[in-house]
Design a protein around this ligand. Structure first.
Ligand code: ZN
Length: 97
C-alpha cells in the first residue's frame, strides 16, 4: 500500500522563475488523440502565479494516459473509471496563510 499520509503541499516555490508559487488549480486540459481533440475539464494542475508555468499532477497524467491509450480505444472498451477510493484530499479553499 502506498503511504498516503504524506501531505500534499498547497503550494510550493516555482522552480522556473523561483519567484512565484505553484498553486493547485483545476484547469481544462486539452490534448490530441489522433485527430480528435480531447478536453478534460477539472484537471488538476499546479500553476505558477508569476510565470504561469504548469505542472500536471502525476497521478492525473497517468490516469489520463491510461484512458487515452490507443489500445484501449481500439478495443472499444468502456472507459476505465477511477475506482480507487477517493483520497481524502483537503478541500480546495482559499489559502489563508
Ligand atoms: Zn514561475
Amino acid at each position: 500500500m502506498k503511504n498516503m499520509n504524506e501531505k500534499t503541499p498547497k503550494s510550493f516555490p516555482c522552480y522556473e522563475c523561483q519567484a512565484g508559487m505553484m498553486r493547485l488549480q483545476f484547469i481544462t486540459y486539452f490534448t490530441w488523440l489522433g485527430e480528435e481533440l480531447v478536453t478534460v475539464p477539472g484537471f488538476p494542475a499546479w500553476v505558477c502565479d508569476v510565470c504561469g508555468r504548469r505542472e500536471y499532477d502525476q497521478r492525473a497524467i497517468s490516469w489520463l494516459t491510461t484512458m487515452l491509450n490507443p489500445e484501449t480505444g481500439r478495443a472499444r472498451a468502456p472507459r476505465p473509471r477511477l475506482h480507487r477510493p477517493v483520497e481524502k484530499r483537503e478541500s480546495i479553499r482559499p489559502s489563508t496563510d
